[in-house]
Design a protein around this ligand. Structure first.
Ligand SMILES: Cc1cc2nc3c(=O)[nH]c(=O)nc-3n(C[C@H](O)[C@H](O)[C@H](O)COP(=O)(O)OP(=O)(O)OC[C@H]3O[C@@H](n4cnc5c(N)ncnc54)[C@H](O)[C@@H]3O)c2cc1C
Length: 338
């Protein structure tokens, strides 16, 4: 059985979170398929990185280590990735839907004529029978919202390999393997894949914008929607978040209305979060919003409308005006945590 390969992205000498999330998912898909999980890491000074990749389940680690391969440049990384996929023939190849993955994966899939599903929110294994009587076993179900998020599409690729998908950061869980084993390390002879033309693009200067707001890693998120009413009213949510030691999120309607900054937007076109606690204040719960938070461990909804769709996924619903409920929550939390 051919293996599953994950392109592992590097960020400042560390493996990107999205790659560890993909290894975690790849590990469970590989167990289902009875195949091995391969990690491909391209960069410089990669010695020792195989341990971390194995910790998340990689059985085989390909290390393409060369000073010219860091920082990321499309052409050399694509040449090596294409070369490794041609040599290894994985049945599935996964990439993060980051700026690097979105640059690399289409180039690789087009060179391999394999097809690619971008921005998957779920990956599963399943069978498919077509109307010509063909049955395909153990396909990768590449699941993602389509038509503006109004339907969830399951996309398959029965005839071409590898089956390729990108997945956004934060969508899958990142969990070390229970009993990791020492991986098989394969040092890539990079020279065989590279040519001078892969280096025609020269990096003169890199500017990495600092992320000021990080809701992705927050354990508690107090999130506000259009029902919050104004940017000034969002102050209430910041107060509650500060008391609870959390961050403030927002719906797109709140962001579009100027109540909150885009970096705080949760949902299909914002950030995907999975905190321990998500408090949705004045958010109706449209699918494009819930797609970004429905994996939260606990959801509390505060809404004047008892029939708001968010209440269907909430563990606790408070039907009421957030302007009255939130100050009471802050007061009660302060009193009880003295
Ligand atoms: C392609 C596409 C992508 C999208 N991507 C995203 C995305 O990433 N994230 C996202 O959030 N949306 C996204 N949307 C928009 C989404 O469809 C909804 O329009 C949006 O989520 C609605 O935001 P809301 O719940 O804040 O506003 P509304 O739907 O207007 O809901 C406001 C809620 O507040 C309640 N309310 C009002 N006053 C109070 C009060 N005083 N106290 C308590 N409750 C009150 C109301 O009962 C209501 O339930 C996308 C849409 C499209 C088409």
């Amino acid at each position: 059985m051919n293996n599953i390969l994950v392109y592992c992205e590097m960020e400042d000498g560390k493996i990107a979170d999205v790659s560890l999330e993909l290894l975690t998912k790849g590990r469970s898909l590989a167990a289902q398929l009875g195949c091995q999980l391969e990690a491909l890491s391209i960069g410089e000074k990669l010695d020792g990185i195989e341990k971390e990749l194995a910790r998340y389940g990689a059985h085989i680690v390909h290390l393409a280590d060369d000073a010219r391969l860091s920082p990321f440049r499309t052409l050399p990384h694509a040449a090596i990735t294409i070369g490794i996929i041609k040599a290894e023939q994985p049945q599935i190849a996964l990439f993060g839907a980051t700026s690097i993955g979105r640059d690399l994966a289409p180039r690789v899939s087009s060179a391999l004529k394999s097809g690619l599903t971008a921005d998957c929110t779920s990956l599963e294994i399943g069978d498919h029978s077509d109307n010509k009587g063909n049955t395909y076993k153990n396909l990768l179900y590449q699941i993602r919202p389509a038509f503006g998020g109004n339907i969830i599409a399951t996309i398959i690729n029965p005839e071409h390999r590898p089956q390729m998908a990108t997945v956004r950061e934060g969508v899958m869980k990142k969990e070390p393997a229970g009993a990791p084993k020492a991986p098989e390390v394969r040092k890539v002879n990079v020279a065989q894949y590279l040519s001078d033309t892969d280096f025609v693009v020269e990096i003169l200067e890199r500017h990495i914008e600092e992320r000021k707001v990080d809701i992705k890693n927050a354990g508690i998120i107090v999130s506000g929607g259009y029902g919050v009413g104004s940017r000034e009213n969002f102050r209430l949510l910041f107060d509650l978040a500060s008391v609870l030691g959390g961050e403030v999120g927002a719906s797109r309607a709140a962001v579009d209305a100027g109540f909150a900054d885009h970096a705080r937007q949760v949902g299909q076109t914002g950030v995907t979060v999975r905190p321990k606690l998500y408090i949705a204040c004045g958010i109706s719960g449209q699918i494009q919003h819930t797609a970004g938070m429905d994996q939260s461990a606990m959801v509390i909804s505060i809404n004047t409308d008892a029939a708001a769709p968010i209440n269907q996924i909430a563990d606790y619903t408070i039907v009421g005006d957030l302007n009255e409920v939130i100050p009471k929550m802050i007061k009660s939390y302060r009193e009880n945590s003295k």
